[in-house]
Design a protein around this ligand. Structure first.
Ligand code: LIP
Length: 265
């Protein structure tokens, strides 16, 4: 199909910047309007407002495209392009007035992610990538840390919202912690994976990550030198997402797999 990934990135970056501006403006008065998997899995009116703004802007520019967004689900299209959108990744951070949240927009062509932006406006950071062309933070090329052994690795992770899921994730973490340098829990999967891409952490793993959390950040990490995948050679999915450069990916995978990380409590 004749579509230029760089043009898709420009559109995504433009829309993410505008959504970020609206979100900064509304953060101090954000309140919960809905809960999802548990009483702590929240949606604010600003998630919905940003979701609507992003969808409207993308479809105004490219009316035949499909969309998958965290707050409104799937809308079909006929162009072969699908946008995968998380209006706020790190909603709890957003609700509490913190700066670690991001707008995430990825563009897929025929099912392959070709461009992505993670916009963290309170941090004044824009992470971008185009497949095959590299990854950037505020326009500067970024790359993962190389050759970090598992016992020296700083590993980002996160936890789901449902009690049983969290209890199991804590058990898995007990098995991981003695074998690595330390963990970090920032509260935004998209920013965690961009941190792998920048070398601010060495690796990331989490269960329960959806396409909208990882769409853009996964491409950014891959273009920065990471392998992004799931367990046993599977693609990254809600079952498990791991991001790290090789050979750390394989070492972390080997540590996590026997801990039965896909069983819920
Ligand atoms: C959240 C994250 C967080 C992760 C949660 C959840 P939300 O997304 O990115 O880091 O641990 O499981 O997915 O709810 O802020 O869009």
């Amino acid at each position: 199909m004749d579509v230029d990934p760089t043009e898709l990135l420009c559109l995504a970056a433009d829309v993410a910047r505008d959504a970020g501006g609206v979100l900064i403006e509304g953060q101090s008065r954000a309140s919960v309007v809905q809960t999802k998997t548990s009483p702590t899995d929240v949606v604010t009116e600003m998630d919905n407002a940003a979701d609507a703004l992003i969808s409207r802007r993308l479809l105004a520019a490219r009316p035949d495209d499909a969309l998958l967004t965290e707050e409104s689900g799937e809308a079909s299209g006929k162009s072969g392009v699908r946008w995968v959108v998380d209006p706020i990744d790190g909603t709890v951070n957003y609700l509490y007035g913190m700066a670690d949240w991001a707008v995430s927009i990825a563009a897929e062509v025929d099912g392959v992610t070709v461009a992505g932006v993670v916009e963290a406006p309170r941090r004044r950071e824009t992470f971008t990538a185009v497949r095959g062309q590299g990854a950037w933070r505020n326009g500067e090329a970024i790359s993962c840390n190389r050759d970090v052994p598992l016992n020296k690795a700083l590993v980002a992770t996160g936890f789901g919202y449902a009690a049983g899921r969290r209890a199991r994730q804590a058990e898995v973490l007990l098995g991981v912690l003695p074998h690595i340098r330390d963990i970090r829990r920032a509260g935004s999967a998209a920013l965690d994976v961009c941190s792998v891409a920048c070398g601010w952490v060495d690796a990331y793993y989490e269960r329960g990550i959806n396409a909208w959390d990882i769409g853009a950040a996964g491409l950014i990490a891959e273009e920065a030198g990471a392998r992004v995948g799931g367990l046993d050679g599977e693609a990254a999915s809600p079952e498990m997402t791991i991001a790290a450069p090789e050979p750390l990916f394989t070492a972390l995978h080997g540590l996590i797999l026997p801990l039965d990380p896909t069983r819920d409590g």
